[in-house]
Design a protein around this ligand. Structure first.
Ligand code: ARG
Length: 308
C-alpha cells in the first residue's frame, strides 16, 4: 500500500513540476458554475490508493481499524447503522457523468454507480433513494440531505477530512478532451491554456493547481464544458477517462479524448463517500461490495454500463 501511495505521489509530483506561480483565473463562460475557485483550489489530487481486495480482508476487524469512530454513536457490532435505521439509504449523486451516472430517458438517474448502489441496498435490505444534486455539494450534504454519495468520486485526502470512503470499486484517470486536430499532446502543451472542467472535481484541481498559467472555466455540468470546447471557448477539457470516452463517441469527429498518461496524470480510485465515523455503515457497505464482486454482479454491471 505504501508503495502505491509513493507511486501516486510521484505521479502527482511529476505534474506539479509544471506548477509555478502562474496566476489563476476563473473564466466566466456560457454556463459558469456558481462555486468559487477557492473551493476547488484547496483540494489537491493527493489520491489515496485504497484498493478493494475482496479475499484479503476480514471485514469486521479490518473496517473497525480503518474507520475513525470519533463523533458518532455507533451501536455495537452487528447493529444497524443510524443511516440505515429507517430502512432507506438516501444516496446523493450528480447524474452528469456517463457511464457512471446520467439521467435516463424516463428522467431517472441511471448508470453503473446507480445500479451498484441499488445492488448494495438489496444486500443490506434497505430501499435506495437517489437524490440528484450538484457534484460540488455532495460531500457537504452527507449526514444531512443524504446518507452517502456515489458519483464516480475519487478518494482524496481533502475529502477524507470531511467524509470516510468505502473500499475503492473502480480505478480512474483524468483524460484530456481536445477539438479534433488540435495540437495538444503533452503536459507542456497544457501550460497557459483555457481549460474546461466540472466544478469541484479532480480535473478542476489539476487544471487549477497543477498546470501553470491556466484559465479555468468551471461548469456544473461536464457536457457544458464539452459544448464550450466544440464552440471554441475552451482549449481542452479535463475529465475522467470513461466520461471522456462517452463524450468522444457522442461528438464523434468533433473532439478527441487523450489518455491522461500522456500528461503524467496519476491513477485515481472511486469509492462511496460515507458519513465520517459510521464504522458500522462502512463495514456493511464494504461487505456488500465484496459479495457483489464475489458473486459476479459487479462484472455484470461493468459489462452492462461501462464496456458495452
Ligand atoms: N472523479 C472526479 C472527482 O471525484 C469526478 C467525479 C465527477 N462525478 C460526477 N458524478 N459528476 O472529482
Amino acid at each position: 500500500m505504501k508503495k502505491l501511495v509513493a507511486l501516486t505521489l510521484a505521479a502527482v509530483m511529476t505534474v506539479s513540476v509544471l506548477t509555478a506561480c502562474g496566476s489563476k483565473e476563473t473564466a466566466g463562460s456560457s454556463t459558469p458554475a456558481e462555486g468559487t475557485e477557492a473551493d476547488a483550489s484547496k483540494e489537491g489530487q493527493d489520491v489515496s490508493k485504497e484498493e478493494a481486495e475482496p479475499e484479503a480482508q476480514e471485514p469486521a476487524k479490518e473496517e473497525e481499524q480503518a474507520s475513525d469512530t470519533e463523533g458518532t454513536e455507533n451501536a455495537g457490532e452487528g447493529s444497524v447503522s443510524e443511516a440505515l435505521a429507517d430502512g432507506v439509504l438516501t444516496v446523493g449523486t450528480n447524474a452528469e457523468f456517463p457511464p457512471f451516472e446520467y439521467v435516463d430517458d424516463n428522467g431517472e438517474p441511471d448508470g453503473f454507480d446507480i445500479a451498484l448502489i441499488k445492488a448494495i441496498g438489496e444486500k443490506l435490505g434497505v430501499e435506495v433513494k437517489v437524490e440528484n444534486m450538484e457534484f460540488d455539494a455532495l460531500v457537504a450534504s452527507i449526514g444531512s440531505k443524504i446518507d452517502v454519495a456515489i458519483a464516480g468520486m475519487t478518494v482524496t485526502e481533502e475529502r477524507q477530512a470531511t467524509v470516510d470512503f468505502s473500499d475503492s470499486y473502480y480505478d480512474a484517470l483524468q483524460y484530456v478532451i481536445i477539438p479534433e486536430g488540435a495540437e495538444i499532446a503533452t503536459a507542456e502543451d497544457l501550460v497557459g491554456k483555457t481549460i474546461g472542467v466540472q466544478l469541484g472535481t479532480t480535473g478542476d484541481f489539476i487544471a487549477t493547481d497543477d498546470i501553470e498559467g491556466t484559465t479555468v472555466s468551471q461548469y456544473n455540468k461536464a457536457v457544458d464544458a464539452v459544448n464550450d470546447l466544440i464552440n471554441g471557448r475552451v482549449d481542452c477539457v479535463i475529465i475522467d477517462k470513461n466520461p471522456a470516452l462517452v463524450f468522444e463517441s457522442k461528438f464523434e469527429g468533433q473532439i478527441k479524448a487523450l489518455d491522461g498518461a500522456q500528461f503524467d496524470f496519476g491513477v485515481e480510485n472511486y469509492a462511496i463517500a460515507l458519513p465520517k465515523g459510521d464504522a458500522d455503515l462502512a463495514e456493511q457497505i464494504n461487505t456488500a461490495l465484496k459479495d457483489i464482486k464475489a458473486d459476479g454482479t459487479f462484472d455484470e454491471l461493468v459489462k452492462t454500463y461501462i464496456e458495452n
